[in-house]
Design a protein around this ligand. Structure first.
Ligand code: FAD
Length: 468
């Protein structure tokens, strides 16, 4: 075997204390992207990782980390170069998020995921909108952090169903009403991608529109966030109470939100949040490698790393996580291929939505990566023993952060069902907006009724039909 340990990963002018590049799929990255990665690892060492501890302890939104990321141009990572961005790809976005989560701060990584996902909606629809074009160069220069306000207090993790929202067309623009239950960076972000029902939606909840709102147009419970992990994340509630905004704040056209979401913010969210969970997993493995190779049991003269059980834990965790990373980069490459390397110009063509068709792959990706980190976080805690249970080692914080992956929408329960239903019953069975009748269930319930019950039921249905 010709395997060797590389010392090329540097941390504070020394070889990195966790796993080296020999366990990273570096072959997906261009030289330019490797350079971004190198500078970002250095920034994590000097700035992001220390701030992660402070954010977690004191529930502090990581603005300082965003200012540091802006010093590398990373708030404009996927903005075309002509608008002052880095013009980077899906592969690069996955690498950047993974790197922030692994070497820096998981909360910052998740806030960054929301920023990039929200930004992708603006980029998709900027071509015909001079206001969006004027905003793009300011995003990184002025550290304008974006986020997504989709969740609804009445529909929980069914984030696609904004029951408590609406929008109206006015003479000057749009009047927006929105209640969101969870908004990452809520109250701290500078701009918000907001989804509501369209004006004149007529009860059809699939008829949705997206708007851009700014910090001074929303009310939030900023700093009310108190989660088990992701404590810098500030995923608080938000309210927009009939705020009037100009015409050019509509993202695309009215009723186009589903097309926008499926092509851009949903795709970026699923891909980049998966990268976040992979980064958290690798971050935990790094700590476990470092700890177990240093700590000794003097009675037997062995280090923790010398026990075969520990070797099995670490070996299996690396293989499982690298399976998820390989999946993530493979999907990112497929998205790059479909979009000419994340070239936003392709969307000048009307009704061109090549990424949307791959959505079920992104569901599978998020399910796999968040499932891996959920189980792996327990295994890495067990690997480090009682020392891992105390905050100083850093495993404990990552473990709490890791548990968010499963419950974040689309939750893993919802995803399993979506994928299984799609495979077994076809796309029509998904029924996101609850308007397809399940005739099998209906007929089965009717079959259970006797003559009297059936008559009563029939009469109640006739009455109901007359009320419509
Ligand atoms: C750290 C963090 C950050 C977040 N940031 C954001 C954000 O920026 N924007 C945003 O919009 N949201 C955000 N969320 C919210 C998140 O996306 C979910 O909406 C939220 O976690 C759902 O919580 P809930 O209590 O409403 O769950 P519920 O919807 O009440 O779910 C409870 C249980 O029921 C299951 N369940 C729900 N529906 C079904 C179904 N159809 N079939 C089977 N099982 C089902 C769920 O999987 C879960 O097990 C964030 C959440 C966290 C933890």
């Amino acid at each position: 075997m010709n395997l060797h340990k590389t010392n090329s990963k540097i941390w504070d002018n020394n070889p990195f204390w966790g796993l080296g590049f020999e366990f990273d799929p570096q072959w997906h990255l261009t030289d330019e992207q490797k350079n971004i990665q190198k500078n970002l690892i250095e920034l994590c060492q000097t700035t992001l990782r220390t701030n992660a501890i402070e954010s977690d302890k004191n529930l502090i939104f990581p603005r300082k980390n965003f200012e540091a990321l802006a010093s590398l141009g990373l708030l404009g990572l996927i903005i075309p170069k002509e608008f002052g961005g880095l013009g980077e790809s899906h592969v690069c976005a996955a690498m950047v998020v993974e790197t922030i989560a692994r070497y820096g701060c998981a909360s910052t990584a998740m806030c960054y995921v929301m920023h990039i996902s929200a930004l992708s909606a603006i980029l998709l629809r900027h071509h015909e909108n001079p206001f969006f074009k004027s905003l793009l160069p300011k995003i990184n220069n002025e550290v304008l952090i974006g986020t997504i306000a989709y969740s609804d207090p009445q529909t929980g993790s069914h984030a696609w169903f904004p029951l408590s929202s609406k929008s109206e067309e006015t003479e000057k623009g749009w009047k927006v009403f929105k209640k969101a239950s969870w908004v990452t960076s809520g109250g701290f972000a500078d701009w918000y991608l907001v989804q509501t029902t369209s004006p004149n939606f007529n009860g059809d909840y699939s008829n949705l529109s997206c708007y851009l709102l700014f910090k001074d147009e929303i009310k939030t419970g900023a700093s009310t966030w108190d989660g088990m992990g992701m404590r810098g994340n500030q995923s608080g509630p938000l309210e927009i109470d009939g705020v009037e905004i100009p015409k050019d704040r509509l993202i695309g056209k009215t009723g186009e939100a589903n097309k926008t979401n499926n092509e851009s913010p949903d795709i970026f969210f699923l891909m980049c949040s998966s990268a976040c969970w992979n980064g958290v997993a690798m971050g935990m493995i790094d700590i476990a490698v470092n700890h177990t190779t240093k700590k000794r049991h003097d009675d037997v003269g062995l280090r923790i790393a010398d026990y075969p059980t520990i070797q099995d834990y670490v070996g299996e965790s690396i293989a499982d996580t690298n399976t998820c990373r390989a999946f993530n980069f493979q999907i990112a490459e497929a998205l790059d291929k479909l979009t000419n390397n994340c070239d936003w110009e392709i969307y000048k063509q009307e009704n061109h939505y090549p990424k949307s068709e791959k959505m079920s792959w992104l569901w599978q990706l998020k399910l796999s990566c968040s499932k891996n980190v959920t189980y792996l976080s327990d295994k890495m805690l067990h690997t480090c023993g009682g020392t891992g249970y105390k905050p100083a080692l850093g495993i404990e914080r990552y473990l709490r952060d890791a548990k968010a992956g499963w419950v974040m929408a689309p939750t893993n329960e919802v995803l399993k069902q979506l994928i299984g239903k799609l495979a077994l019953l076809g796309p029509d069975s998904l029924d996101a907006w609850n308007n397809k009748i399940n005739e099998r269930v209906l007929n089965n319930e009717i079959k259970k009724m006797d003559k009297v019950k059936l008559r009563e039921f029939g009469e109640s249905l006739i009455k109901k039909s007359e009320e419509i």
